[in-house]
Design a protein around this ligand. Sequence first.
Ligand code: 5AD
Ligand code: FES
Length: 349
Amino acid sequence: MTERVERLVKSLASNHRLQLEEYQELVEAQSPETAAILVEQAVAVRREIYGNAVYVRGLIEVSNICKNDCLYCGIRRSNSHCDRYRLSLEDILSCAAEGYRLGFRTFVLQGGEDPFFTDQVLSSIVTALKSAHPDCAVTLSMGERSRESYQLLREAGADRYLLRHETADRAHYETLHPAGMSFDNRMRCLRDLRDLGYQVGCGFMVGSPGQTSRTLAKDLKFIEEFKPDMCGIGPFVPHKDTAFRDQPAGTVEQTCYLLSIIRLIHPPVLLPATTALGTIHPEGRELGILAGANVVMPNLSPVSVRKKYELYDNKICTGEESAQCRDCLSARMASVGYEIVTARGDIKK
Ligand code: 5AD
Ligand code: FES
């Protein structure tokens, strides 16, 4: 590692910002040595804020029906091999009740952009969840909607919203999405969510087709400026029924490298070690935590639908019961010296 790179890391750790060109340099300087000093700094700041706590979020995959056609995604509209399903209100409430018994205090409802979930339908689900579990946070991850819609859902009680920006580079965004989707609308959604008082999560895939050190530098600049409460990053993993089937997956090394950098950019950020990271490496999630992540999101979906919510090939945890996932993750976190905590786990600012 050159002296210059070492200076960049120090400057990032103390100022929580770099210039666009410097982010690019840092991305290009990835090596085991640079990763090691980033990890050291990232783990130190994370420990100061969160100790050795890892927050859990129970993920309920409510529908794999989607009107969009994102080129990378296994549940894209044009995938005719995808076996579609949608959970009922009763299904969702029973997943949450099971999650509650297991100690979860945050539920994440994630799904494709399924037109069945009108504002009225989704609001009534949020209201029902919040009245059944008033001490829990409800996070939505249901894609792009109108400002009015986000407002109604917020009024119904939704606390947080996850909407990955996918890439902060307009041209790159356009190569990952069909003509009907727009970078501007994605960014509009994130701003509206923030304005409406949600805790907001953005994020991107590591190693998505067409990603470069330049586009990654823009992602990092965006995170620096937007200061999301949550940031979901995981490796791109090809799905066999998409045009990207032959593209290489993102790597554990680069994902962990970026997790450390993001921790330093925005120290209090809630940063999951994602299922995708656990999919490309048997200890991917542990490595993510060791690099600076502090959240895991075990699956609470009914086992009967888990295989169907296949955004990418070989997704893990599709055969396990919720209790097994919880126990498995507790053991995995303990194995690297961290402890799963059952609290709402709001961002500490
Ligand atoms: N590989 C990894 N992540 C993916 N996602 C969608 N498809 C893939 C894939 N093939 C991610 C997107 C989306 C989130 C819900 O899942 O970033 O925002
Ligand atoms: Fe699901 Fe390990 S977390 S089986």
